[in-house]
Design a protein. Structure first.
Length: 375
């Protein structure tokens, strides 16, 4: 019993985030095993706080995880607020900080400064590297659904969360949408995207590893909709480049990037520099008589918060009792954090050393009368 973790389910600071990594039904299962769980109040979480109380959880005000005892694991989904700076707890959530994404160095530095650790849910994998808990299916489903609705002219902004039945009714109600290509069609996200397209009456073209090894760029540009669901962990040749957007034979008019690896060297769609959001889900990349639009929302499953949370929690909760003993697969998460933090620390050290060398060189040059300019 002493190895069982103490969990603190935090309120999500992003206003559009309505999901929960642990739903009341699965929280009750953990409580019955002796796991202590505190759940913060949240005005937006799709599951009422009362349901967690009935499951046997304690409660706390929103944002109070900062004062939680140091032995608690703070459980969440999306980004942390900017304060406090140093992070002293072990946090379990999607940090998006191990592939050089925007803000990664700062986030890892906060953990290093506070003595905490990031157990990134993206790296919760089995012995073969397959993720044990993921929102991928629903991310793909929502991404493809938004693309179809946008092509039909029925996508309304700002977006709002809804239920599966309502979304499917919208997909079945319209007609058309053109042709659609799903890259990564055999994975979780790809299957979700294909299912949404099928619901909308569109038969998707499915590409996976074989098709991306020798990419047929003309065929890619010959579709109306492109849904990218490929998770890349090392740099590869991009699927789409700025030059492709200006190709004379381009038919492509809607690009959906489910992975949202913007800013990373692993980004296979380096044609945009910022994600879109619920308020403005679509960004125009090219205008004129052949417009091309982008949808790149990094919390797509929150549009179906109940369904997405329930399926994710069902995969996650059996692994949570092992948090307290650092058992595999959590040991792999901890190892990934250590490696990433060490890389960033080494990079920062190298940058400081380079700056010192440059300053020393400038000083020496000034002594030799080489015209150093001081700003």
């Amino acid at each position: 019993m002493s190895d069982l973790p103490r969990l603190w389910l935090r309120h999500e600071s992003r206003p559009t985030e309505r999901r929960a990594p642990l739903v009341p039904r699965d929280a009750a299962r953990l409580v019955s095993q002796g796991v202590q769980i505190t759940v913060e109040e949240s005005p937006q979480r799709v599951f009422p706080l009362a349901d967690y109380v009935r499951a046997g959880c304690a409660t706390a005000p929103a944002g109070s995880w900062t004062g939680a005892p140091g032995d608690h694991h703070v459980l969440g989904l999306k980004e942390l607020p900017a304060l406090p700076g140093p992070l002293r707890h072990r946090h379990v959530y999607f940090g998006h900080a191990y592939k050089g994404q925007q803000g990664a160095r700062e986030l890892l530095g906060r953990f290093t400064a506070g003595g905490g650790a990031l157990l990134d849910l993206e790296y919760l994998t089995d012995d073969h590297g397959r993720r044990l808990a993921a929102f991928g299916y629903w991310a793909g489903y929502l991404g493809a659904a938004l693309a179809v609705l946008h092509r039909r002219g029925t996508l309304q902004a700002p977006l709002r969360s809804l239920g599966r039945a309502e979304l499917d009714a919208l997909l079945r109600a319209g007609r058309g949408g053109g042709t659609a290509l799903v890259i990564g069609a055999l994975g979780r996200s790809g299957r979700g995207a294909c299912d949404a397209l099928t619901t909308a009456g569109i038969t998707p073209v499915r590409w996976d590893l074989a098709e991306t090894r020798t990419l047929d760029r003309d065929a890619l540009l010959g579709h109306d909709i492109l849904v990218n669901t490929v998770l890349v962990t090392r740099p590869v040749r991009p699927f789409l480049t700025p030059a492709d957007l200006d190709a004379s034979g381009r038919r492509l008019s809607v690009v959906v990037d489910v992975t949202c690896d913007v800013g990373s060297e692993c980004n296979v769609l380096p044609v945009y520099d910022t994600v879109t959001d619920w308020a403005q889900p679509v960004r125009r990349l090219r205008g004129g008589d052949r417009p091309l639009d982008l949808i790149a929302i990094d919390n797509l499953p929150s549009l179906l918060p109940a369904e997405a949370s329930s399926s994710f929690s069902a995969e996650l909760w059996p692994h949570l009792p092992g948090l307290g003993a650092d058992t595999s697969p959590w040991s792999r998460c901890l190892g990934a954090f250590g490696e990433a933090a060490a890389r960033e620390a080494a990079g920062s050290g190298a940058q400081r050393a380079e700056a010192l060398r440059a300053a020393t060189s400038d000083t020496a040059g000034a002594g030799r009368g080489e015209g150093v300019r001081v700003r």
